[in-house]
Design a protein around this ligand. Sequence first.
Ligand SMILES: *[C@@H]1O[C@H](CO)[C@@H](O)[C@H](O)[C@H]1NC(C)=O
Ligand SMILES: *[C@@H]1O[C@H](CO)[C@@H](O)[C@H](O)[C@H]1NC(C)=O
Ligand SMILES: *[C@@H]1O[C@H](CO)[C@@H](O)[C@H](O)[C@H]1NC(C)=O
Ligand SMILES: *[C@@H]1O[C@H](CO)[C@@H](O)[C@H](O)[C@H]1NC(C)=O
Ligand SMILES: *[C@@H]1O[C@H](CO)[C@@H](O)[C@H](O)[C@H]1NC(C)=O
Ligand SMILES: *[C@@H]1O[C@H](CO)[C@@H](O)[C@H](O)[C@H]1NC(C)=O
Length: 506
Amino acid sequence: MSPEKWAGTLLLLLIISFSGVSGGFVGVNIGMDLSSSPSAEDIAALLRSEGVTHVRLFDADRKLLAALAGTGIQVTVGIPNTELLRIGQSPSAAAAWVNLNVAAQLPDTNITAIAVGSEVLTSLPNAALILVPALTNIHAALVASALDSQIKVSSPQAMDIVVQFFPPSTASFNRSILPVLSLLLNFLEKTEAPFMLNAYPYYAYSDAKGIYPLEFALFRDLPPAQRIVDPNSDLPYDNLLDAMIDAVYHSMEALNHTHTPIILTESGWPHGGDSSELDATPGNAIIYNTNLINHVRGGGGTPGRPESEVSVFVYEMFDEDLRPGPMSEKSLGVIYPNLTAIYPLQLGSGGALAANPSSALGVSGLYCVATPGADALALKTGLDWACGPGLANCTALQEGQPCYNPNTLENHASYAYNDYYQRSSSSGGTCNFNGTATTTSIDPSYGTCVFTGSSKSSGGGGSSGGGVLGPTTSPGGLSNGSPPRIRVSRSAFLVTFFLALFHHCY
Ligand SMILES: *[C@@H]1O[C@H](CO)[C@@H](O)[C@H](O)[C@H]1NC(C)=O
Ligand SMILES: *[C@@H]1O[C@H](CO)[C@@H](O)[C@H](O)[C@H]1NC(C)=O
Ligand SMILES: *[C@@H]1O[C@H](CO)[C@@H](O)[C@H](O)[C@H]1NC(C)=O
Ligand SMILES: *[C@@H]1O[C@H](CO)[C@@H](O)[C@H](O)[C@H]1NC(C)=O
Ligand SMILES: *[C@@H]1O[C@H](CO)[C@@H](O)[C@H](O)[C@H]1NC(C)=O
Ligand SMILES: *[C@@H]1O[C@H](CO)[C@@H](O)[C@H](O)[C@H]1NC(C)=O
């Protein structure tokens, strides 16, 4: 394909991503277990300026609810586990809760959902029997106030409710919680509410100790030989999150519930962790969350439920340093308490919260290079695209420049692919080039030829001021609106090489 055609393809991708396709929504969790909190008014002002459309609060925080009034932001309010017993046992306690925290806030604060409890079935099994009564009492109180059609009631569950999630087509719920889950699913179906799921590919990936490639967890393209296929359904999976969601869909189907949609009440990736949590890095966090948001906004569902859009509340706004648990659980935030960005992320329509873009360059320590032995014509096409429409800086490849020699297609493509990738990965650019590219953690620099993103270089791409809110300056030139993921090819090479591993490891 000529560079002109590539440009045409790129334009088409841009048009598609800026016009008709509307995916699920992206919201953000706001937990307030932090030692220094910004004011509710400042939080609301930030959400507004960033164009955030949905938030989830963990309790009926009076100040935040008041600050969100008049913003139009749709709010999911939580009922903490500590209040479950009271509300599950007493319809009048449930009615009082609804009156005080919901009815009295409407219509100024646009409450559209109530999340009853948090991961009750796995973290608080003793309270399981009170869960559905609590949901029922809250729903009855909404019916009494004629609010049930505009406010959905559900209960977020952890991924641990599924015993073994891969392959998704054989996943099932843990038997010990089946009775309560059946009641929960009946309630959700009857009230047409979604199933709320918290799913963290970071923890699934870490717990699996090397079974999954990191790229699978980060929504990055896998080399063709590593494509992952469910052996029973033959469905190809290109990311771990979709597999996790389909595992829950499949488990629900086993209980004859085929119509209840899943909404992700939590997903995210820690930007820091304990010394044993090596993959909890800012680089991986920005890549995961950026690709997560693009995946959701891109529309479409999972391989198993392509027609069911997925929506997500990114976890979470602030690092909650007062939470118990490993360092990673205190490091899932995207914004500092002083309301500057920890790393750039486009949570709403208002432009990304920009941190210093150079901090996003190469932070993951991954380089994108030509696959050895790749087809020469395909390399030439990819090289022309990267240096043309891809806006890679190919100056160093000119005759007389440091990376000209060895004068081979593979070397030149590697340099150009990597320069493109370092500039665009934070806005969704991928390392694929029609299957001729692959990522590596080995710095490909040699002699005076320094690859972009290398620690041997002084910086690499563009960088501008830091620590302030405002639109990102995407070095790839694809800044406005939601950045498209540029995928050159989706041709699937359905190799099931590591499925055998699953049978050994689980
Ligand atoms: C609240 O959100 C609902 C659901 O999208 C929307 O239809 C309604 O107009 C919103 N109300 C206000 C007051 O913004
Ligand atoms: C199922 O849940 C029970 C109770 O929470 C737990 O003890 C058990 O380990 C779980 N089983 C599996 C296979 O995860
Ligand atoms: C699901 O439906 C099938 C067919 O109607 C029935 O045989 C099966 O027992 C049902 N399973 C459950 C868990 O209700
Ligand atoms: C905000 O807080 C972070 C972390 O404490 C700090 O690194 C940064 O410099 C602060 N930014 C401003 C503008 O105060
Ligand atoms: C392109 O790279 C060369 C070095 O190879 C550098 O001198 C030049 O400033 C870069 N141009 C831009 C626009 O970044
Ligand atoms: C990708 O490569 C295949 C064969 O290697 C070729 O048939 C196809 O046209 C290429 N696609 C693009 C977009 O260049």
